[in-house]
Design a protein around this ligand. Structure first.
Ligand SMILES: Cc1cc2nc3c(=O)[nH]c(=O)nc-3n(C[C@H](O)[C@H](O)[C@H](O)COP(=O)(O)OP(=O)(O)OC[C@H]3O[C@@H](n4cnc5c(N)ncnc54)[C@H](O)[C@@H]3O)c2cc1C
Length: 487
């Protein structure tokens, strides 16, 4: 029996561990922190519960497809419900709209904000749906090792479409002149991939997910997904260890040989690594096997980092929905701060998760568990005092927007910033979500999922193909499985 070692237990590693176990491998998995998939771990304190990281459950069909590989369904592990409204968007003081999980409602909403916008929305999301079906249904489910691999594809037609080479922002502006509608359509780029000015329009296919499919919430929080993946891996006899940091991948004669843990070494046939690809490449692997120079790494565009604020609130806030987005009128300043000036933005756009709206068990009665995500520049060093001051600033921005001062209702707060990402995951330059999605960092142009010089060393996760976010890194593990099985 071949042995496989999966280091770092993110969702993509938990997935590849189960895939390999089902394919007959004996699999072990090591996680450095004290909970599996630390990025989606739980923060529980004083009768409040928070998901530490991901909060949007988009593309549920990708999760369904994963479990179907094992003759299972997601419902065997967790239930999910459609949120309606899907999310609320604040444009400024008490000026907000609700985006529905029902497409007809959204058509009405668009028409109320711009004349004939309903017609344009219908066309826009129809194109998004067609491209989604092509891209997610076929294109990104294959491995492309070079540009020439892409050339033989009908997918090339898709990538080369002039529209897809535009920036996401210019594409949306072609359709809608209302800044409010533009912001609604661009929100995923803002929070996950990078500036909409640099993100190619091909990613507009994501608008199909929330506009046509709606936004879901797994009961038991996002952490229910972690528990589901861990249970499946256990059923397949994957051996899993927490508090086990991988210190070195030892390569001999171009093949992975040993994995060095705290005080012992293990010998394996196949090693699947990643998470922070930069850390694996520059620290875990010896210099002669590194794929990129430090200069090359420095030239890559990273996704933003995050200023995260968990708030224990001792009252209900009716102005918030389960998901609420706050877009500042000074939209450009937000991106200039992150990507050009690299400072903390005074007028940021940010996202607030309030799970207690849907699941009252996460906070005491009449209280709210509020989790705020503010994208920031990567590599932004802040003193404890600066962090506290910025947290106060964000709370006052929300208070202004919702027309209610909540500062005196915060009974406890926890701040988590870029330096925590590096401490917890060795994130390169403190980024939160891997490589940004610029045109030059798309599909085959992302770091490879199989090491070009070392046999049996693979990478999954949000630096490699296809892209960032839970469903996509889940697909990244299927791509690696295909490579391992065809080796
Ligand atoms: C704040 C935040 C919010 C997000 N929101 C969403 C969202 O709403 N929806 C969505 O789809 N996506 C979201 N994402 C993105 C999503 O979380 C990531 O794309 C996904 O978690 C990446 O998964 P991964 O498998 O690459 O592993 P990661 O999540 O990167 O996990 C890597 C794991 O490896 C461990 N590890 C690291 N180094 C070592 C080592 N040397 N030895 C052993 N273990 C190690 C870490 O502790 C961690 O558990 C969010 C991310 C963040 C940070």
């Amino acid at each position: 029996m071949k042995t496989a070692l999966v280091i770092w237990s993110g969702i993509s590693w938990l997935a590849i561990a189960s895939y390999l176990a089902k394919s007959g491998y004996k699999v072990k998995l090591y996680e450095k922190n004290n909970q599996f998939w630390w990025r989606a771990s739980l923060l529980k304190e004083r009768w409040y519960t928070f998901d530490m990281g991901p909060s949007w459950y988009l593309m549920p069909e990708v999760f369904e497809e994963f479990f179907a590989h094992f003759w299972k369904k997601t419902i065997d592990y967790y239930e999910s419900e459609k949120l309606n409204p899907a999310y609320r968007v604040f444009f400024w003081k008490n000026d907000f709209v609700d985006v529905s999980s029902n497409v007809k409602e959204n058509i009405k909403l668009f028409e109320s904000l711009e004349v004939w916008a309903w017609e344009k929305l219908v066309e826009y999301i129809e194109i998004a749906q067609q491209e989604y079906n092509l891209a997610i249904g076929t294109l990104i489910k294959k491995n492309y090792d070079s540009i020439t691999d892409l050339i033989s594809l009908k997918g090339l037609k898709f990538i080369a479409k002039i529209k897809n080479l535009w920036s996401y922002e210019s594409y949306v502006k072609k359709y809608f002149s209302s800044p409010k509608l533009q912001k609604i359509l661009l929100y995923t780029a803002v929070f996950l991939w990078g500036s909409p000015k640099n993100t190619p329009a091909l990613y507009s296919l994501i608008n199909h997910c929330d506009f046509n499919d709606g936004v879901y919430f797994p009961k038991g929080w996002i952490n229910a997904i972690t528990r589901a993946f861990v249970s499946l891996a256990e059923e397949l006899w994957v051996e899993m260890f927490t508090n086990s940091e991988v210190k070195k991948i030892i390569i001999e004669s171009g093949k992975t040989k040993w994995i060095l843990l705290e005080s012992w070494e293990v010998l394996w046939d196949v090693v699947v690594s990643s998470g922070d690809y930069h850390y694996a490449d520059q620290v875990l692997i010896d210099p002669e096997y590194r794929q990129f120079t430090p200069k090359k790494w420095d030239s890559m565009t990273l996704s933003p980092s995050w200023f995260l604020l968990y708030l224990w609130i001792n009252k209900k806030i009716p102005q918030l929905q389960h998901h609420t987005l706050f877009f500042d009128p000074d939209w450009d300043n937000h991106f200039d701060s992150i990507y050009t000036e690299k400072n903390l933005c005074e007028t940021p756009s940010y996202y607030v998760s309030c799970v207690s709206k849907t699941d009252p068990s996460v906070a005491p009665v009449w209280h709210e568990a509020v989790f705020i995500f503010v994208p920031t520049a990567p590599w932004l060093s802040l003193s404890e005092w600066e962090k506290k001051e910025y947290a106060d600033h964000i709370i006052s921005r929300i208070s202004e927007a919702i027309w209610e001062d909540i500062s005196s209702n915060v009974v406890l707060q926890k701040i988590y910033t870029g330096d925590n990402f590096t401490h917890d995951y060795f994130s390169f330059k403190w980024n939160a979500l891997g490589l940004a999605h610029t045109l030059g960092q798309t599909l085959t142009l992302r770091p490879k999922n199989k090491h070009p010089k070392v046999s049996w060393l693979y990478f999954t996760g949000h630096y490699t193909t296809p892209w960032t976010g839970m469903p996509m890194v889940l697909l990244s593990s299927k791509l690696v499985l295909d490579k391992i099985l065809s080796n």
